[in-house]
Design a protein around this ligand. Structure first.
Ligand SMILES: C[S@@+](CC[C@H](N)C(=O)[O-])C[C@H]1O[C@@H](n2cnc3c(N)ncnc32)[C@H](O)[C@@H]1O
Length: 247
């Protein structure tokens, strides 16, 4: 069991694992909400950008994009995908940029990679400092009180002679500030199966705690976790999109 093979040795499989994700829909959602709540600027920074799929979509829509990620193998793939964008290796919980951004995004629950509440505070204040006036910090999150340890997402992909099975699930126990994302990859070639399992340490929190961290810096708008429509959060769902406007 490793903690981040998926983003290092196995980074070449990441895009296969995410083949079902609606990157265009997610990017359009961020763009729409930025149009409504933001300052109209086009400077974009994607935190935990991974292999850069959101950057590819936002750059096509006129944004000038930068990506930050802690794992260089992910950035190497991102640079191939988006040769015109700028990428930097770094920790989203402690970053500083000379330039300012109008839209900062952090997709696919990656803000939970902050790991603990103190680092999450660092991520929020780093993003605040990097935003231009009226800029938007957009991300999605899960409320720890609503995590169902029996649920998991899975899908299979055939690539040439290899059959891949991917699965991922949240795991949260008790009332701590830690949860894990458990990822499993099975690759079968000629009836031989290789299996990898990652256990990613993540920060666990509830939405009240998150709002308390954000309130000193941002006006906060919370939406249902739906990329096709803009629906205010119903105060019950355990997944949500946070749109935080710099004061
Ligand atoms: C689930 S992937 C999401 C990648 C991309 N945003 C997407 O939607 O496909 C999480 C990413 O977070 C990155 N990551 C993990 N911890 C990080 C940190 N502290 N700072 C920056 N990036 C981090 C990983 O390297 C990985 O690329």
């Amino acid at each position: 069991m490793s903690y981040n093979a998926l983003y290092t040795d196995l980074s070449g499989y990441y895009d296969l694992m995410c083949a079902d994700i609606d990157y265009q829909g997610q990017s359009s959602s961020a763009q729409r909400l930025h149009q409504i709540f933001g300052n109209g600027g086009k400077q974009h920074l994607d935190l935990a950008c991974g292999t850069g799929p959101h950057i590819a979509h936002l750059a096509q829509n006129g944004f000038t994009c930068r990506g930050l990620d802690i794992n260089q193998p992910m950035l190497d793939i991102a640079k191939q995908r988006c040769p015109d964008a700028n990428f930097a290796q770094g920790n989203m919980c402690d970053f500083y940029t000379e330039e300012t951004f109008d839209l900062i995004t952090c997709f696919l629950y990656s803000i939970h990679y902050s790991g603990d509440l103190n680092n999450l505070k660092g991520c929020i204040t780093s993003a605040y400092q990097a935003l231009a006036s009226g800029g938007v910090f957009y991300f999605n999150v899960v409320d720890k009180r609503q995590i169902d340890n029996t649920l998991f997402a899975k899908h299979s992909v055939q690539q040439d002679q290899d059959l891949f099975h991917f699965s991922s699930a949240w795991h949260y126990v008790g009332d701590s500030e830690k949860q894990t994302l458990n990822v499993r990859i099975d690759k079968t070639t000629d009836q031989q199966t290789l299996t990898w399992q990652d256990e990613h340490p993540m920060v666990a929190l509830n939405f009240d705690e998150l709002e308390a961290l954000l309130t000193p810096y941002f006006d906060i708008h919370v939406f249902e976790h739906n990329y096709e429509s803009i629906t205010p959060w119903n105060k019950v769902s355990g997944n949500a999109i946070f749109v935080c406007v710099k004061r």
